[in-house]
Design a protein. Structure first.
Length: 426
């Protein structure tokens, strides 16, 4: 049984003609993958490298493959059905609407606060004229302005530029350290040393995204990709984008191994670990390399902020309009709906108040955000398994490889969810 295409009374974005080269179409995947890789993912990889060297490099690569499989499944559902993933979820029963509706409201509040702290931290270190909370609030307001007034084209250009900044900063730092290739190759063999399970789970699950993975289809719809003829373009876009984010994460493992593991240096948990790393880089390479790294730290956080302000707001608009029995709106027109703008405001102002109240002790924010992120990924993997085996036309259903990878994703993120719940309960 397949889901029929949605009826949309709003003007649809003009469909793009297929480009001569698939490489020219790359863009929405960059937005999705860059949104998903935040400073916390880089710190988790840095910590793993500092403790275990290259031993868990295989987990990073497996994590990239898992996210490629999830991203391809999300994109395939959108293109195969001509509908949104939210509409697919609704076909599974009313429980999905309750789950997603409560989740997206609570998640948005906690994420807004967490990302303001993350964007404000490096700016405060570089320019201490404002506090962390003040810089974070300023970044949130910039994000609000850009997604309120700009469209997808502007978002993609900004995100691509910031990804370039991240690449120069993170990969450039790794190249400065001249990694030893032979130990890196040894890390490709799967093994779990004593005390490595938590690090392994973090690396497997941390290469790019939680709820933002489900926004992928909204971004390529805004760009004008519609219909099964775009499948090859989507697959290349998705794979290349997550491979790029995988390079970022591998680069941070190199930094953690070559700079910290070899010297027995430990760093703080959370985003402040990147500040510790910045101080070490400044001592070893000087203020220019330190400044480049800190700008990359900020760019990593800012891509996440912009992607969420736009993509998750599109998802909320879709959800809220259906709940109010209003027509679906697609493409750029969706960013001008009252529901979209209400959620952008929700991401910006209530969390801003929370940040100013808890700025001295943000640990609980980090814990709550971690649990909420872990709660979404098993839901995404499980529903994609069902939808892509039973609710799309036969030619677009999962093959054996997709089913294997989505099942691995479901098991992996289920274990991560349990681990996060046990951690916050301590």
């Amino acid at each position: 049984m397949s889901i029929p295409p949605s009826t949309d009374s709003s003007p649809a974005p003009e469909a793009l003609a297929l480009p001569n080269s698939r490489w020219k179409a790359i863009g929405p995947g960059i937005v999705a993958a860059a949104t998903g890789v935040g400073a916390g993912d880089l710190v988790a990889t840095l910590a793993a490298g500092s403790k275990l060297g290259y031993t868990l490099l295989w987990a990073v690569l497996l994590g990239v493959l898992v996210k490629i499989a999830l991203g391809e499944a999300v994109g395939r559902y959108h293109l195969a059905t001509g509908s949104t993933l939210l509409r697919g979820w609704r076909s599974l029963g009313v429980w999905t609407s309750w789950y997603f509706g409560v989740y997206i409201v609570v998640w948005g509040f906690s994420y807004g606060a967490a990302i303001m702290m993350s964007t404000g931290l490096p700016l405060n270190v570089m320019f201490p004229i404002l506090s962390i909370t003040q810089w974070g609030a300023a970044c949130a307001l910039i994000g609000l302005l850009l997604v309120w007034l700009g469209g997808y084209v502007l978002l993609e250009r900004i995100m691509t530029f910031l990804v370039g900044v991240m690449f120069v900063s993170v990969v450039g730092t790794a190249l400065l350290l001249l990694p030893d290739v032979l130990p890196m190759l040894g890390g490709l063999w799967p093994r779990l040393p004593a005390g490595s399970l938590i690090y392994t789970l973090g690396l497997l699950g941390g290469v790019g995204g939680t709820i933002t993975m489900a926004a992928y289809g909204y971004w390529f719809n805004a760009k004008g990709w519609r219909g099964a003829q775009w499948m090859p373009f989507m697959r290349l876009d998705n794979a290349v984008s997550y491979l790029i984010t995988g390079i970022f994460v591998v680069a941070m493992m190199i930094v953690g191994t070559e700079l910290l593991h070899a010297a027995g240096i430990s760093i703080a948990k959370g985003d402040k670990g990147l500040l510790d790393l910045g101080a070490i880089l400044r001592q070893r390479f000087g203020p220019i390399i330190w400044a480049i790294f800190m700008i990359g730290f900020w760019a990593t956080s800012m891509t996440s902020l912009l992607g969420v302000w736009n993509g998750v707001s599109l998802m909320f608009s879709d959800f809220a309009r259906h709940a109010r029995s209003r027509p679906e709106v697609s493409g750029e027109a969706a960013t001008r709906t009252p529901e979209f703008r209400a959620y952008v405001l929700w991401l910006t102002f209530p969390p801003m108040l929370l940040v100013f109240f808890v700025s001295d002790n943000p640990v609980q924010l980090v814990l709550i955000y971690g649990v909420l992120g872990a709660l979404f990924m098993p839901f995404l993997a499980a529903t994609l398994l069902w939808l892509l085996n039973w609710r799309v036309d036969k030619q677009h259903r999962n093959g054996w490889l997709s089913n294997v990878m989505l099942t691995v994703s479901l098991l992996l993120f289920g274990v991560l969810c349990i681990a996060e719940l046990l951690h916050i309960g301590k």
